[in-house]
Ligand binder design. Structure first.
Ligand code: ADP
Length: 213
């Protein structure tokens, strides 16, 4: 099973991917998480990645594709892609990779949310730097530590108003054309992501259960 979550920044891709992983045992591949982890190397490449992310731009396709291929080699179960593909080149390369493995994309969930709603969400968002768990302002309730691993929660460095605007611009220019791209292939399912986490998850599950009937 190959699922892609396509959405503007801070629409809740990571949260939905975690819920799906928990329920169905899929492997969650978040390119944003992989990149944030790679920053720990603190070398010249990671410095460049950090600057690119801070500027709300896309990290080079070569770096991203290398990350994805590495993850795929160890993936045995279904895969949920969160944050990839993010432009046409990545989408085409991904199609090539799947063909070479004799696989195909099953669902592309487009989590549609107005910019203002997404923006409001990121200002209250905190994440666990150790296990990646995401807390929205409602789930946070004055918690400072991760419920799962007790690590102190942090605010993502790119969750500022300025970087959010830049990330959103990049999304409109580079990523949003993929909506039509996957729609034309009959793979796109639009989900109203302005609803609550539980409601969004229920809409995704409804599609998954209908199709497997
Ligand atoms: P969000 O979707 O909320 O912006 P992500 O964690 O998915 O958060 O991505 C954070 C940043 O990581 C992006 O703004 C971009 O700089 C970089 N990034 C993540 N995925 C990709 C990708 N597939 N291609 C290029 N850059 C990426």
């Amino acid at each position: 099973m190959n699922i892609i979550l396509l959405a503007p920044p801070a629409a809740g891709k990571g949260t939905q991917a975690s819920l799906l992983t928990k329920k169905y045992g899929f492997k969650h591949i978040s390119t944003g998480e992989l990149l944030r982890k790679s920053l720990e190397a603190n070398d010249a490449v990671s410095l460049e990645i950090k600057e690119t992310m801070q500027a709300g731009k896309l990290v080079s396709d070569a770096i991203i594709l290398q990350l994805i291929e590495k993850e795929f080699l160890v993936a045995e179960q279904g895969i949920i892609l969160d944050g990839f593909p993010r432009n046409k080149t990545q989408a085409l390369k991904y199609a090539e990779l799947l063909t070479s493995l004799g696989q195909e994309i099953d669902y592309v969930f487009y989590l549609a949310v107005p910019k203002e709603v997404a923006m409001e969400r990121i200002f209250g968002r905190r994440t666990c730097p150790s296990c990646g768990k995401i807390y929205n302002s409602r789930a946070l309730e004055n918690k400072e530590k991760c419920m799962d691993c007790n690590t102190a929660l942090v605010k993502r460095e790119d969750d500022t108003e300025e970087t959010f605007d830049l990330r959103y611009e990049t999304y409109i220019k580079e990523t949003s054309p993929l909506i039509a791209f996957y729609q034309e292939q009959g793979l796109l399912y639009e989900i109203d992501a302005s609803l609550s986490t539980e409601e969004v998850f229920a809409s995704i599950e409804k599609v998954l259960s209908k199709e497997s009937e």
